[in-house]
Design a protein. Sequence first.
Length: 181
Amino acid sequence: MVHGCFVSLCGSQLQDSNVKVGAVVGFPLGANLTEVKRFEAEKALGLGAREIDMVINIGALKVGDREFVRADIRAVAETVHARGGLLKVILEMGLLNEDEKRLGCELSETAGADFVKTSTGFLGSGATVGDVALMRRTVKIGVKASGGIRSFEHAQAMIRAGATRLGTSSGVNIIRELRGS
């Protein structure tokens, strides 16, 4: 996952590998206009991204504007899916109460997201086992635990809680722990 301005570079560097390039849109708080998020997604996909991580409009979610949030996600999902991409919606769980977390998951799923994701990793709080378990209970789509996963033990806990994907900058260390080296 990279910022949109790096998609082309990463795509050219990884073109002969099986590594997919992804980009984030609506970063960091999802407060961008829907049209801007769609534009960001369209441009990133055109430059070679295969996955888009969209930050949910946190403010709209917190005030309970269900229709706005659902329409925002649906618009980006339609753009991404039309180009053969995959959409993950970042909820930024550390900023939400339990009801908002559930609602964000439900709206993401009904609007066409492929995954819900715990966090951007930039706002201090990352994935928790409790949040991942809540997400798994709430949706049938994929669940990505992201932010603060730094050990093999923590990664295993996230998978046991229901994560189908992990986002971590400690992947090499986690694999070393797994291998015992």
